[in-house]
Every structure is written in structure tokens, then in C-alpha cells.
Ligand binder design. Sequence first.
Ligand SMILES: [Zn+2]
Length: 149
Amino acid sequence: MNYHLPRLERLLLRPELEEQQKEVWRPTWRCFCCQDTGFVQDSLIRLVIPDYNSDKDRSVACRNCERVYIYAELVRDSLDWRFTPDTCEKLDRIYRDDWARTLAYQNQLRKQALGLVDELAERKSIRLRRRSPEEEMEVRRKHEEAIDR
Ligand SMILES: [Zn+2]
């Protein structure tokens, strides 16, 4: 009996996400205050309630989006509604800015890593063969650019 099974390639549920993930992962939430859950994130709650304890205290309703209204009344009744839309909007902004900085930093790291790969490839090519005059000029131009910075 022949047990050879066919080999198939992955069939992605959402190919566009895979494409994004080749780059630095970035959040797709519309509301950064609650990450589209309707409940303000614990780390953001603590900016307003420093000793907030998620095991004992009520979850905080996000007022930056209407998301929390999809939940049953019972759930909504058990929430802490003291955060105003203005507070939630500010928390959204804080976390959004935080992400922007994180992404900028990760992109910088990524560029550095890619630069390193290029440099290694270049070194390897030197060992394998001599550069053509055009390549030599390009390398010198890059060096001068690097020095000018
Ligand atoms: Zn929200």
C-alpha cells in the first residue's frame, strides 16, 4: 500500500494580513483605549485608578467607542462607567502615540538588520569575485554617503 499523501501549500484565511506581517506587526484596532473590546485596558485604567485590581474591581466601560453596547445589559450593569468620553479619548491618544513610537523604533531596528545583511552579502561577494568598476563606484558612493552623515 502506498501512503504517499499530496503536498499542499498553506491556504491563507486572510492573505493581506500575512503580507502585513512581513513588515512590523501593527495593531488594527480602531479604538486604542479598549482594543475594540469595549473594556478599557488595565494598563490604561491604572493611569486613572493607580491601585486598580482587575480581579476585584469592576471592568471599566470604554466611552471612546460604542463597542460596549453590544454586550448584554447584565454585563453593562456590572461595569464602571465613571470614565468620561473625554478621558477615554485621551487614553486612546496615549496608547496610539505609544504604538507609533514602538513601530518607529522597530522599523529602525529592521532597517539596521537589513543593512547588516546587505553588508555581509557585500563582504561575501568580495571574497568570491572582484567588483566591476561600476560596483566599485557605487560602493565608494555609499561609503562617502555614510561618512557625510
Ligand atoms: Zn473603545
